[in-house]
Design a protein around this ligand. Structure first.
Ligand code: F6R
Length: 593
């Protein structure tokens, strides 16, 4: 949520800052801004909306040569989407200019204190409170590093900050707590960003700031502090492999990412299977075997992937439960005394999951973390870690990573129970997925029809219900159609009251044992004027089904059904003329609670 880019030294600031914002835009896209300075001259440019709109405001030929700059793309938390709330924000005396990711929990009391001191505010953000607090502390003690340390003592909450003291622009200051911030070492310049991606083409040498650290950089130097002391640091090398964020000829990231699914699965096979054997850490497998309960913690799409794993484990007599992380953080449930926690997160930065960590570590429970970013906050705090190797997912709605999460979980449990025959089935599943990709045009007419409705049910039983939950989330968040997943047998216990000619259903059929009952239920829906679009597996298909996929091994069936739902979502959204990759009100990684 929100993206930060900054640099000091000799470089093309316009290009670095704006390209960086473009690359981080999927993290928040309400508004954006840039501040550049050479001490004497400065430029502050802000825009509501996309980085494209900002780009047109920053002159191609700047009238001065900047040597420091910061930029930000915002997802509003405190204060509406207005230019005064858009970053960079500045202190009322214009001394401090900063960009901020995160949320300050005690901003209101600090703001009231500053107002009592006669300081005025131009917007409503917690970030402007930080700028004014820092400037206020500087009015008492003029040392920037001391003032930053003092400021950090006052702030409760999460922050990644890039700060310019306009009285001395030869330094770019930074501070971090609970929000990611990375320093990049360059030649004749130093860089920072909230993510590696904007710096990936420039440097491979980074300082991964830890919570509570702050400091400053000049064009040649970096100084790091913690608790009032300057501390030493080492650069760590990070490869830029799998950080490609180009569209590669596709019109939208969502389409590109859906179609990258087979290559993501192939990458998982390459990384976790060698000569037909799994290569997982044996210690981890032992922990899984010995644990009395597996507890999955995740949010949204990642939570839906964990539901399939729960079904697999329970079918094998293992106690397994999946919890929405934001709920577990406040209502933890442990059924047995030796659980293993499995955290699943595409971004590895989700605040609701981070909130659960103290409960796990304070009780010394085992923890396996699965993310798509091995440098993320959750990955770095993991006891055991597995990488999803899916490459960057840019489109806000998760597609390829859902599939990778599912497959990696299945692989892990197959490594223990050895009864899923996954190593063979995965190759067959790749053909099922590629077949859907080849026939995606057949999904368009269904999408065209569904686009006319405001509501729909997604029906499924067993694993198809897990897929229905994911399909409903996808359809809701991108097409803005109200979609609700229902376990098909439950329809007659209440939800059917909503069915009418204006309220259709989409249904998944993958399981033989419930296929007949599913189809009986459709008769009840149709009798009430409701249309049913059936997505079935080939061996269970009937004439008039809307789309038929090749047969999958049962635990892999969600992959095909969800892929069809992803295409449906994509085509419905195009039909309705909405932004596919950046749905309203959302951001890619949810770093605030
Ligand atoms: C939906 C979607 C979200 C995320 C959720 C968790 O398409 O992308 O529901 O799945 O915000 O995010 P991660 O997996 O990054 O923890």
């Amino acid at each position: 949520m929100c993206g930060i880019v900054g640099a000091i030294g000799s470089l093309d600031f316009r290009s670095y800052l704006l390209n960086g914002l473009h690359k981080l835009e999927y993290r928040g896209y309400d508004s954006c801004g840039v501040y550049i300075s050479n001490g004497k001259n400065h430029g502050l440019y802000k825009s509501i909306g996309t980085v494209d709109s900002l780009e047109s405001k920053v002159p191609l030929n700047l009238s001065f040569n900047p040597h420091v700059g910061i930029a930000h793309t915002r997802w509003a938390t405190h204060g509406g989407v207005t230019l005064s709330n858009c970053h960079p924000v500045y202190s009322s005396d214009h001394r401090i200019m900063l960009v901020h990711n995160g949320v300050i929990e005690n901003f209101e009391s600090i703001r009231n204190f500053l107002i009592e001191k006669g300081i005025s505010f131009s917007g409503n953000t917690d970030s402007e409170v930080i700028a004014n607090l820092l400037s206020f502390i500087l009015s008492i003690d003029n040392s920037m590093t001391k003032a930053i340390e003092r400021m950090m003592q006052e702030l409760n909450g999460s922050y990644a900050l890039a700060i310019i003291d306009t009285y001395d622009t030869n330094k770019l200051y930074f501070a971090k707590n609970l929000s990611p911030l990375l320093i990049g070492k360059g030649e004749g310049a130093n860089y920072l960003a909230s993510d590696q991606i904007p710096m990936a083409d420039i440097t491979h040498e980074f300082i991964d700031l830890k919570d509570g650290q702050y400091g400053y950089m000049s064009k040649d130097d970096i100084h790091l502090f913690q608790n009032g002391e300057e501390i030493s640091f080492e650069f760590v090398s990070r490869s830029s492999e799998n950080l490609d964020v180009s569209l590669n000829g596709y019109e939208h990231y969502m389409l590109k990412e859906i179609e990258e699914t087979p290559s993501c699965i192939e990458r998982l096979i390459k990384n976790y299977i060698f000569r037909k054997k799994y290569t997982f850490d044996k210690k981890l497998l032992r922990v899984i075997e010995r644990s009395t309960e597996i507890i999955f913690l995740a949010c949204g799409t990642s939570y839906h992937a964990s539901l399939v794993a729960v079904d697999i484990l329970r079918a094998r007599g293992k106690i397994a439960n999946a919890y929405i992380a934001s709920e577990f953080a406040y209502h933890p449930v442990i059924m047995t005394d030796n659980p293993l926690f499995i955290i699943i997160s595409q971004s590895g930065e989700t605040a609701d999951i981070i909130k659960c960590l103290p409960f796990i570590t304070d009780n010394a429970y085992h923890l396996l973390t699965i993310t798509n970013n091995r440098y993320s906050s959750l990955a770095r705090k993991a006891e055991y870690y597995l990488n999803l190797y899916s490459g960057v997912e840019v489109s806000v709605a998760s597609t390829k990573v859902y599939q990778s999460e599912l497959v990696l979980l299945l692989m892990l449990f197959d490594a223990i129970y050895m009864d899923l025959n996954l190593i063979e089935s995965l190759n067959k599943e790749l053909l099922v997925l590629k077949d859907i990709i080849n026939r995606k045009e057949e999904i368009k007419p269904i999408a065209k029809e569904l686009a006319n409705y405001e509501h729909c049910f997604i029906l499924g039983r067993g694993l198809d219900y897990d897929s229905a939950l994911e399909a409903a989330l996808k359809i809701k968040e991108v097409t803005y159609i109200h979609a609700s997943a229902v376990q098909a047998g439950e329809l007659k216990h209440g939800p059917i009251a909503l069915v009418s000619q204006d309220f259709p259903s989409l249904a998944f059929i993958s399981e033989e044992k419930t296929a007949h009952q599913m189809r009986n239920g459709f008769q009840e829906v149709k009798a009430r004027g409701g249309k049913v679009f059936v997505i079935s597996s080939k061996s269970l298909a009937e004439e008039n089904d809307s789309f038929v996929v090749l047969d999958s091994t049962i635990y892999l069936a969600p992959m095909a059904k969800v892929m069809v739902a992803q295409y449906l979502t994509y085509f419905i959204t195009l039909e309705k003329g909405f932004n596919v990759d950046k749905p309203r009100n959302l951001a890619k990684s949810v770093t605030v609670e």
